[in-house]
Ligand binder design. Sequence first.
Ligand code: NAD
Ligand code: UGA
Length: 459
Amino acid sequence: MEYQKSILCIGAGYVGGPTMAVIADRCPQYRVHVVDINEERIRAWNSDRLPIYEPGLDEVVARARGRNLFFSGEIAEGIRKADIVFVSVNTPTKTFGRGAGRAADLQYWEKTARQILENTSSDKIIVEKSTLPVRTAAAMERILHATPKGPHFEVVSNPEFLAEGTAIQDLENPDRVLVGSRETPKGVAARKAIVEIYENWVPRERILESNIWSSELSKLTANAFLAQRISSINSISALCEKTRAVVDEVAYAIGMDSRIGPKFLKASVGFGGSCFKKDILNLVYICENYGLDEAARYWESVVRLNEWQERRFVQNILENLFNTVAGKRIALFGFAFKANTGDTRESPAIEIARGLLEERADLVITDPKALQNARMDLAGLEGNVTFETDPYRAADGAHAIALLTEWDEYRELDYECIYDSMANPAFLFDGRNVLDHEKLYEIGFNVFAIGKAPLKHFK
Ligand code: NAD
Ligand code: UGA
């Protein structure tokens, strides 16, 4: 079959896989090829058990795979055949050398630039899909144009704003799509070619065009603003616990102000996920590099507040369990960084588990989708940890339950039955404020919710 465009995506992860699946689904006239160095991941994309759990993803992949959506490890061949190359590789925080712990590690990114250069002799559009420091496109251009008289590569920025757990919904119906390029005739033409892809299903007014640096910086800024809202409300949650104000009521009241808005004001045990922390720390590093220390300290405080919120949660458990959890069974309900995903990257559950294990608690962890990742996250830690698919069995004999992920099914459990199976006095720490606290208190639990005065049966 003749395809109108040949699109390649390098990186078949949480972004590359779902994004390309939706493009292929919505644009049967394009050939979409996703490649990765991780053969196991590619095998999973070609199987009935996709490598990531995302509601609606199986259906989208089933419609397009083998028709115009292909997954393989053939990177060189993929590059040769493509008109447009999306690069969606990981850009984690650097763990070594200059900027360790803050700067983005661009080694995977740079490697793809070199792979592209080595494997093609024709002009191409290169799309930055990964989240990158502002001005990365300039470095990319320098590498790609290292050979004089080589093909022309136009670098375009098209950051991805999807959230895990709602990726398909976000991709099919995005708030906006952003495409940035150089303002040269070739830059503008490349930008239009990317806009044309999205025009197949996204209303034109939601497709924004900008200069390339604004596009790169908008992605880091969006994540920083979203995380900042969570840290802001979490800071208020601590004050609520001291003053008998209720954080959900405060959030509701301020969210009704149309200038503030109601979203992203849910107090929690802390934000997790692979990106918020790394992107803010990257922003901090960039500010520092430009000598903007006040701006750097401002954004850094968003991450510090989040770390404090996680520590505070562990401290609260410890203090209320009479200052010792050694040998006590504590059930963690949920390990994923949010509901509807099996992803545990930077999940607050990891730090909370670590904190409780340091205090020698016996942990039993349950989660509908994330147990495999949880096992890997906690491998090598000293202490007693068991993994249990059934939340009732997890709670059996426990002194306390700590709810860490807001899975719907945790709202629907029979807490009377759970209470009867637990040690006495029974404690419940709701790190997501999703349960009916008054009802739990009536059942007999001592209930500790984020941003709410505790409900205790003793002084
Ligand atoms: P990921 O780790 O799930 O996937 C990246 C993939 O790239 C991996 O499978 C890896 O094997 C592959 N890869 C690395 N180097 C390669 C190379 N040279 N050739 C071929 N494949 C290579 O990462 P992700 O979560 O998909 O994130 C990718 C980028 O998108 C990051 O910059 C991230 O910040 C950004 N982002 C992520 C999300 C999200 O929800 N996860 C949302 C928006 C943006
Ligand atoms: C986030 C952004 O929402 C996406 O727009 C962005 O593309 C993505 O990061 C990225 O760049 O990786 P994601 O991390 O998948 O998406 O999920 P979110 O829904 O943003 O949740 C992040 C964390 O914040 C979760 O741990 C969640 O539980 C927590 N959260 C969220 C709160 O504690 N309170 C809230 O009100 C909202």
